[in-house]
Ligand binder design. Structure first.
Ligand code: ZN
Length: 509
């Protein structure tokens, strides 16, 4: 962007934001902004039922952040195959499981060199289908099983390469921020879980883990995360003349706890994640992952919520998002559908809920929604994932009910590689299935930063996005500039508003 355009946008956004504060008609230069927003709204209304044009609009539209994306599931199968071929790994041509290490020669009975797939289109196509949900309707298993089985088959590449792929894809869709789920410090949490067994007393086990020196290994977790970041920066060639688009994307991490492990292992992972988030600026939150309908996840759900609840009080500044309610009738018996979201909210003190699909099967769903609204608790809506894994879509999905109830929501991808989607697709799907207007879409986008776990205060007083934080109520003031420097969240929100102004004033539509 040239300097003049930057200045025009800065002035425009300042006037626009101040007019929001003053709640009065916008005049002079700012009228351009409002008129352009209204032009965008009109174009949107006229074309929202025309999917190809809508896709182009939504791709270019600033989308803020993707708050629910698992790094390994977000990588496309084509990348795994390429990386695995570069490392001369082997693959089972039937199941598509890629070998963990280069153990050439490949097992003659069960494996072939993965490089074979690059000379055999049929094999290549079959592997892509098995490593994702492409063509899964022709597979002899459910979307749910194919989805979760894929994770165990991925090998090849480094976390840095994966993060770089996600960053580039985000940048090309005008996504400025990624909050990516990743496992860190696995070997340490495993080691401590063997040393300190969970004995049924959460507080006592916590004290033993701390006494055993778990905190001393957090520095190793920090090094691990820093290494992933460093690798990603190198792959993206940031700070060079060949810098790739992904360099512009701000990245933070949500640490994963695998919940299908035994209680000792789960608790050790939890304590590790809480400690790590407390210590590291890049790690901004934590989440429990793996299928919620797994036999262990169901059996230990209440225990897990109590563990997280206990730790949330020991670490009040650590942000928690939980996969909860990623269930539906038939997948599990009715009694399993009655309280997962409720317990994540009231016992585990989650700030955000991933999925929340089964809310209307819960006891007192309307009361629960009122509670979520009052607590300003955001639901990360993953439409394609819910369709492919649970078979819940369209009017069966509670997304419009969350909107109607005033519960904050945003759209997220979950696992865009396995699902063969991107965030633009999720916005397109939401607009088409639920007749959203452009201002409603903008609110979903703004929610993705307002409810992100980025550090610091919000630019806005609340999620009506009408009133600025009082420090920034004077245009271009030094105190506002300082405020933006000190508050990552507000800074990202300011950038997002700049992007909206630029987008709505662009010529293309
Ligand atoms: Zn997820």
């Amino acid at each position: 962007m040239n300097r003049l355009l930057s200045k025009v946008i800065f002035v425009a956004i300042s006037i626009f934001l101040i007019s929001c504060v003053a709640k009065k008609p916008i005049v002079s230069e700012s009228s351009i902004i409002v008129n352009k927003e209204s032009e965008a709204s009109k174009w949107f209304a006229a074309n929202s039922n025309r999917p190809p044009k809508l896709r182009a609009f939504l791709k270019k539209m600033p989308k803020g952040g993707d708050l629910h994306t698992h790094v390994s599931g977000a990588v496309y199968a084509e990348s795994y195959l390429k990386w695995a071929a570069d490392e001369n790994l082997c693959v089972n041509p039937t199941t598509a499981a890629i070998s963990e290490k280069n153990h050439a020669p490949c097992n003659e009975i069960t494996e072939v060199p993965i490089t074979n797939a690059f000379q055999n289109s049929e094999l290549y196509g079959h592997l892509i289908d098995k490593l994702s949900l492409r063509n899964f309707k022709y597979a002899n298993q459910s979307g749910h099983d194919q989805f979760f089985e894929a994770f165990a088959k991925f090998n090849g590449g480094t976390k840095g390469m994966m993060i770089a792929e996600l960053s580039n894809r985000a940048a090309k869709q005008n996504i400025a921020y990624l909050e990516m789920m990743l496992s860190i410090g696995k070997k340490f949490s495993k080691k401590f879980s063997k040393q300190v067994k969970f004995n049924g007393d959460i507080g006592a086990t916590y004290n033993k883990l701390i006494a055993a020196g778990l905190q001393n290994t957090i520095v190793n977790g920090q090094q691990e995360l820093a290494q992933h970041e460093q690798q990603a920066t190198e792959v993206l060639k940031c700070n060079t003349v060949n810098a790739q688009p992904g360099c512009s994307v701000e990245r933070r991490y949500v640490l994963q706890i695998i919940r299908i492990k035994n209680p000792s292992r789960v608790f050790s992972q939890l304590v590790y994640a809480f400690e790590m988030v407390k210590a590291d600026l890049l790690a901004v939150g934590l989440n429990m992952v793996a299928p919620e309908d797994d036999v262990v996840s169901l059996k230990d759900y209440d225990l897990h919520m109590k563990m997280v609840g206990y730790l949330s009080k020991q670490y009040p500044n650590v942000s928690i998002s939980l996969h909860a309610g990623e269930l539906t009738l038939g997948l599990v018996p009715p009694k399993q559908l009655t309280d997962h979201i409720q317990k994540a909210v009231t016992i585990a003190n989650a700030k955000r809920i991933g999925h929340g699909v089964d809310i209307f099967y819960e006891d007192n769903p309307f009361q629960l929604m009122r509670n979520m609204k009052a607590k300003e608790l955001l639901v990360e809506i993953c439409l394609s994932s819910n369709d492919l894994i649970l078979g819940v879509k369209g009017e069966q999905h509670p997304f419009p009910e969350y909107l109607e109830a005033g519960v904050p929501v945003t759209l997220a991808t979950d696992d865009e590689g396995i699902s063969r989607i991107d965030l633009t697709h999720e916005y397109q799907r939401a607009v088409q299935d639920y007749n959203l207007t452009y201002p409603e879409v903008k609110t979903l986008v703004r929610n993705s930063i307002h409810y992100s776990f980025l550090a610091g205060e919000s630019l806005w007083t609340d999620r009506s996005y009408q009133q600025l934080n009082k420090i920034c109520q004077q245009s271009n003031s030094d105190s506002c500039k300082l405020f933006l420097q000190k508050n990552d969240k507000a800074n990202m929100q300011w950038k997002l508003e700049q992007q909206f102004v630029k987008f709505e004033n662009s010529e293309w539509f």
